[in-house]
Ligand binder design. Structure first.
Ligand code: DGL
Length: 362
């Protein structure tokens, strides 16, 4: 009883610290059995898992409608596997994700783990930006306890929504002692996917997430995680990136390369004083002379550049054509993930050789 009351008071304190409204839903009268169950806090940010439509068969819907309280009601089974607390951090379609929400997610998770307020965290999230939020937290949550992100490709009002079982799987994974020190994980469609490699590969299907370079970490089977590999990239508790004291992040952008691509976009970013630009290059991280000239111009103004590729698999390594150490290559990071690693690298250094080391390690 005392431990649960402490948990409740502490989560309220953390929530007040992070200015998030607390939605508590834990059966207070199951104290004895509850104390034996892992403590999982669910941070809700919105997305299709919180989405609703007027009919159960229509494809279109409005994301970010249901509260975490309403979502939890659709999956009563999760109360059997964990003591739960829900915190509504935001309720947005994830294409509207903000730097401030990322920093609040990081602060809340760091508080929860630092003060031993829970054993694992689940984040419900829109799928469009899910891989980016996962990778950002993979690089900044310096704890070994599990952070599991999930969502849905069909609205909660669908004839057969995928959100409820995704949420059950995510809570089961976050509650598993075997989930420690594996980095931030995404659970979708029974797959367990590593934050460093996961990407959305289909715009509409329920089977929309893959790890194109290294494959899934494992699978969820009836609420039990089966792991077949570990991420070899540095992450979470071993990360060098420390957000403590930071209230904003370096500004980094992405420029897409294509047949006779112009230099209008990249020069506009340079003139807008961006801190760094990732080139989503063609092939093995290549780009034309117009982009190359703009990179030289940007470099003279202190803008950092990363060579990535618009191609899903293979990455860009040191064997790239005309490799120039001034422009570090992204290795297996997609342009959208390379942008995040460049953003965090620039909180520590502008030296391209040091940044290249980060891209080989994280
Ligand atoms: N607007 C998209 C988002 O919030 C909906 C996609 C989804 O959540 O599955 O990411």
């Amino acid at each position: 009883m005392r431990q649960f009351a402490l948990l409740a008071l502490s989560v309220i304190a953390v929530t007040l610290l992070t200015h998030s409204p607390l939605t508590a839903r834990t059966p207070l009268d199951k104290q004895e059995s509850e104390n034996k169950k892992p403590r999982v806090v669910i941070l809700a940010t919105g997305g299709t898992i919180a989405g609703a439509a007027t009919s159960s068969t229509q494809a279109s819907y409005k994301p970010g409608v249901l509260s975490i309280e309403q979502i939890l009601k659709t999956v009563p089974e999760i109360e059997k596997i964990a003591q739960l607390k829900g915190i509504q951090v935001s309720n947005i379609a994830s294409q509207n994700m903000e730097e401030g929400i990322w920093l609040e997610l990081w602060r809340t998770i760091d508080n929860l783990f630092t003060h031993d307020l829970c054993d694992g965290v689940v984040i419900t999230h829109g799928t469009d930006i899910m891989e980016e939020s996962a990778y950002f937290l993979n690089l900044t949550v310096r704890h070994s306890r599990p952070v599991v992100i999930t969502g849905a490709m069909r609205a909660s009002t669908s004839l057969s929504p995928d959100g409820p079982f995704n949420l059950f799987n995510a809570v089961a994974l976050a509650a598993s002692p075997n989930a420690q020190n594996r980095g931030v994980m995404v659970v979708m469609n029974d797959y367990i996917l590593s934050a460093d490699d996961v990407t959305k590969t289909n715009t509409v299907n329920t089977d929309a997430f893959e790890c194109p370079n290294f494959g899934p970490l494992g699978y969820m089977r009836g609420g039990t995680p089966l792991f077949f590999r570990e991420s070899r990239q540095t992450h979470t508790a071993s990360s060098i990136f420390n957000l403590k004291g930071l209230t904003s992040l370096p500004k980094t952008d992405i420029v897409y390369a294509y047949a006779f691509s112009s230099d209008i976009a990249i020069n506009a970013l340079i003139d807008a004083s961006t801190d760094g630009v990732v080139i989503a290059g063609v092939g093995h991280g290549n780009y034309n002379k117009a982009i190359a000239a703009a990179m030289e111009r940007g470099s003279s103004k202190g803008v950092a550049f990363i060579r990535s590729s618009r191609i899903l698999g293979g990455g860009v390594d040191l064997s790239a054509e005309d490799y120039d150490s001034r422009w570090p290559v992204s290795f297996n990071k997609s342009p959208q993930k390379a942008r995040i690693l460049l953003m965090l690298s620039l909180t520590l250094t502008k030296d391209p050789k040091e940044i290249q080391k980060f891209f080989m390690e994280y």
